[in-house]
Ligand binder design. Structure first.
Ligand code: SF4
Ligand code: SF4
Length: 390
């Protein structure tokens, strides 16, 4: 019989540190207990915890990994290593400020865990890559002995959803992330890059915070969705495959990250390759989760035509004028040169205007708008091909 990747799927109904710790300990027990943890964290290892700190957010924000999940993980890992650091770099704004405001820094101080804002990069090569050979990644992430990613479960305009694989994009120092969007304007190549990045920083384990997830206009401006879930495992693709099915992608291959992982034989993706321990997906699944993008549910005889049309029907950034506060951040973060967005005066209000002929649909503008004034909308062709009412 083929060996399957094991993923622990657990129910956790509240952001209570004791309860979360108990739940994650139960997850480790299912995966092999103390022996599993000793194997994961060899004696003397330097362990990096990588939460999701997408932007500067308050403690209870559903945008970021909750600080109580972070605390529960530290309480467990500190029995195996006394050299734990944590780090991330948001796409916009200062990483130290983000760590302070999120409550993560306060927890880290309590347990003697040091912070690295991923400001220092290191140039490295990845010869055995799917796509990207040359990198500048956060030195602290690259040099850690054990990397444990602590993602948040959210929708994502470009990657459909973000969980373990996508969380590691934070290992690209600060604003250099924008360069990758320009180099990888197509979602499939962008996802290949994410898989390569996970190889490069050797993500060893993932603990997904899905207690309160984000649906709709994620990854920053969607709505909270109580999912009561923690998903854990060694394989980031297996964890993401379970997460995708929990939010409504019954076929994980309908999401670009998992499709690329499958096509490139990068980790377990298909349900039959994954053994789910603990709760069942059927019992934990949300039946009304608002996805921000549907799967690629149309196919033509020629894969080239299918791919071409997929590119044409990608949704567009769309302004919610009433919400816009004229801050121009969308223009600032747009990675394209010259900028796709210009600020124009309309009815005495400064608002962004997009030149869609040059937009690469990276959705950095939508992701980083501070007030959620940018949504995504399908074109008429997109609606017809996807039979989508949005
Ligand atoms: S859309 Fe958002 S980021 Fe752009 S100017 Fe308006 S408020 Fe600022
Ligand atoms: S306008 Fe928005 S979606 Fe288009 S390239 Fe710029 S940041 Fe990306």
């Amino acid at each position: 019989m083929d060996i399957k990747e094991q993923v622990a799927l657990l129910k956790c109904t509240d952001y209570d540190v004791e309860l979360i710790e108990k739940t994650i300990r139960q997850g480790f027990k299912l995966l092999g207990g103390d022996a599993f943890l000793r194997d994961l964290i060899p004696k003397g290892s330097k362990v990096l915890l990588k939460p999701n700190m997408l932007s500067i957010e308050g403690k209870e924000s559903p945008v970021i990994t909750n600080y109580r999940v972070f605390e529960a993980v530290i309480r467990i890992i500190k029995d195996y290593s006394n050299n734990i650091i944590f780090g991330d770099s948001p796409g916009f704004g200062d990483s130290t400020k983000a760590a302070e405001k999120s409550g993560l820094m306060e927890v880290a101080r309590k347990y003697g865990v040091k912070f690295d804002g991923f400001k220092e990069g290191i140039h490295v090569k990845l010869d055995d890559s799917i796509l990207c050979k040359s990198w500048n990644v956060a030195k602290a992430a690259y040099e850690a002995d054990v990397v444990i990613t602590l993602p948040k479960l959210k929708t994502h305009a470009m990657a459909y959803f973000t969980a373990a694989v996508k969380n590691q994009f934070g290992c690209i120092p600060g604003t250099q992330k924008a360069t990758w969007h320009t180099r990888m304007p197509n979602a499939n190549n962008f996802c290949k890059m994410l898989l390569d990045l996970n190889t490069l920083v050797h993500t060893d384990f993932a603990i997904l915070d899905g207690i309160i997830a984000m649906e709709g206009n994620g990854p920053k401006n969607g709505s909270s969705k109580k999912m009561n879930t923690i998903v854990m495992g060694k394989s980031v693709t297996a964890v993401d495959s379970v997460a995708a099915r929990l939010i409504g992608y019954d076929n994980p291959l309908d999401t670009p990250v998992l499709k690329e992982a499958y096509d490139n034989k990068w980790g377990a993706v298909l349900p039959e390759e994954i053994e789910v321990l603990g709760e069942s997906i059927e019992n934990m699944k949300a039946d009304d989760f608002k996805l921000c993008r549907k799967g690629g549910n149309f196919y033509f005889i020629s894969p080239a035509v299918t791919n071409f049309l997929r590119g044409m029907i990608a949704p567009n950034p769309s302004l919610i004028v009433d919400k816009c506060i004229s801050c121009s951040r969308c223009r600032e973060v747009c990675p394209e040169t010259p900028k796709v967005i210009t600020m124009i005066n309309k009815n005495n209000k400064l608002i962004p205007k997009w030149d869609m002929s040059r937009c690469i649909r990276c959705f950095c503008c939508q992701e980083l708008c501070p007030v959620g004034a940018i949504d995504t909308k399908y074109s008429t062709l997109g609606k017809i091909l996807r039979m989508d009412k949005r």
